[in-house]
Design a protein around this ligand. Structure first.
Ligand code: SF4
Ligand code: SF4
Length: 264
């Protein structure tokens, strides 16, 4: 069992299961003695929406963001690759986005996990979809001094303050894919489908090329105003990418083939 699996097991078996009304005390600011220490040598998994926000913050292409700042991690129990924020190859292994004086330089668009910390969310069910089973927990890491003299929050207030809402909206769509029934039924994706998953959800600018620079729009029936929206708005494009993946990986009726092609 690797370090992450051990942590997951400990959380599920030993951590108190909190709800959104649970209170805790916490304050993180440049005055704390541990400032920036949590932004080094840390495993931060990125969702497709995290990547979208980061690439737009940095004003770079999704391919460049993935090449420079992320790494793929293969989980032997999962068919889908996971994307992690890459740390620098320095002695401290700090995050590329941390500035020792200013803190996080992508703060307005920092990933979901960075926003939630020290609050975490877990589900004992493999499906991750059961709202009753979902619970929150607080990570008390030795390095973190934010608990010593903090303001009082409920978990719900903390999440609102940290701007988690849009991340959670896309997070739910992401779970519909990663915890899809397809996997529970023991079915296996072809390598081509795994590549499509990564392209559509993580390499959003290449997915846009796939829609607009191939015969895609001749083959699939997408409403005109939808086409305009996905051309001009990355969040609309990502919403469509989730529909496309449910169609192309699992055969769900989330995208329609043009009727004239069906007749042929
Ligand atoms: S993205 Fe920002 S908050 Fe997250 S680890 Fe990097 S510097 Fe820290
Ligand atoms: S270790 Fe805790 S208090 Fe210190 S900077 Fe990180 S989150 Fe803030």
């Amino acid at each position: 069992m690797n370090e992450l699996e051990t942590l997951k097991k400990t959380i599920l078996e030993q951590y108190p299961r909190l709800n959104e009304n649970t209170e805790f005390k916490f304050a993180c600011h440049p005055g704390v003695s541990c400032f920036n220490q949590c932004c080094a040598d840390v495993n931060i998994f990125l969702t497709p929406y995290d990547v979208l926000r980061l690439k737009n913050h940095l004003r770079i292409d999704s391919q460049e963001l993935l090449d420079k700042y992320t790494q793929l991690v293969a989980d032997p129990k999962q068919q889908l690759p996971a994307v992690q924020l890459r740390m620098t190859e320095t002695e401290t292994k700090h995050c590329y986005f941390v500035d020792q004086e200013k803190g996080c330089t992508v703060y307005e668009n920092r990933p979901w996990s960075c926003r939630m910390y020290p609050v975490g969310q877990a589900s004992p069910k493999e499906t991750g979809n059961d709202e009753d089973e979902k619970f929150f927990f607080i990570l008390h890491e030795e390095v973190c001094k934010g608990f010593e003299d903090g303001k009082s929050w409920t978990i719900k207030e903390w999440m609102k303050d940290q701007g988690v809402d849009p991340y959670d909206k896309f997070g739910e769509k992401f779970k519909e894919i990663t915890f899809n029934n397809f996997f529970e039924q023991g079915k296996v994706l072809t390598p081509q489908k795994v590549d499509m998953y990564f392209l559509a959800l993580y390499n959003l600018d290449r997915f846009k090329d796939f829609i607009f620079k191939t015969t895609f729009l001749k083959r699939f029936d997408i409403e005109k105003d939808k086409i305009e929206k996905i051309k001009n708005d990355d969040e609309e494009l990502l919403e469509f990418a989730f529909d496309w993946i449910r169609f192309s990986l699992f055969g769900e009726k989330t995208v329609n083939i043009k009727s004239e092609l069906l007749k042929k």
